[in-house]
Design a binder for this molecule. Sequence first.
Ligand SMILES: [Fe+2]
Length: 197
Amino acid sequence: MNTKTLKDLFLAELADMYDAEKRIVKALPRMAEAATCTDLKKAMGQHLQETQGHVTKVEEVFQCFGVPAKGQTCEATKGLIEEAEEIAAEFKGSPAIDAALIGAAQKVEHYEMASYGCLKEWATLLGNPKAARILEGILNEEGAVNKALTKLAVEMSNQKALGETSASVKGAELKGAADKKAAKPASKERPMAQAAR
Ligand SMILES: [Fe+2]
């Protein structure tokens, strides 16, 4: 019979996040470097400092439970970071690079928010309000950076990506229309089609 308990689950998930935070500390400087928008670089730089703090806070949560801090490979974060690096390489130099980086960063934030939301609830259920408070603090910081990223996307990077894309699409459409017109037979041969335009 499997006798694992909520405490085992809590410690396993905490070990996952300990590893995740350390991976994010390594990845954020690379993502900030790939960003072209100053505000996005700044937001990522600030979140790097917060993330370094999260590593320490997760260690404190381990202490609250009287166990040494121990990480376990977080395959999800590892995969999300790999995807972020792939998309950064694919969109490097394009007007959509910042939108791509924000999307990738928000996937990581949402994973963290889901994890810390569970951990906070479990810490409360396990009768450890101090750990729950620390976890809630981390959760709030992840939520705040996610909101800040949404704001940057909506107000800046999505428009930049869309604006230049739609301009080039419009340009291609105009060129296509001009080519069509040039190739069109004389108006007297197709009077109705001309009139219908
Ligand atoms: Fe974090």
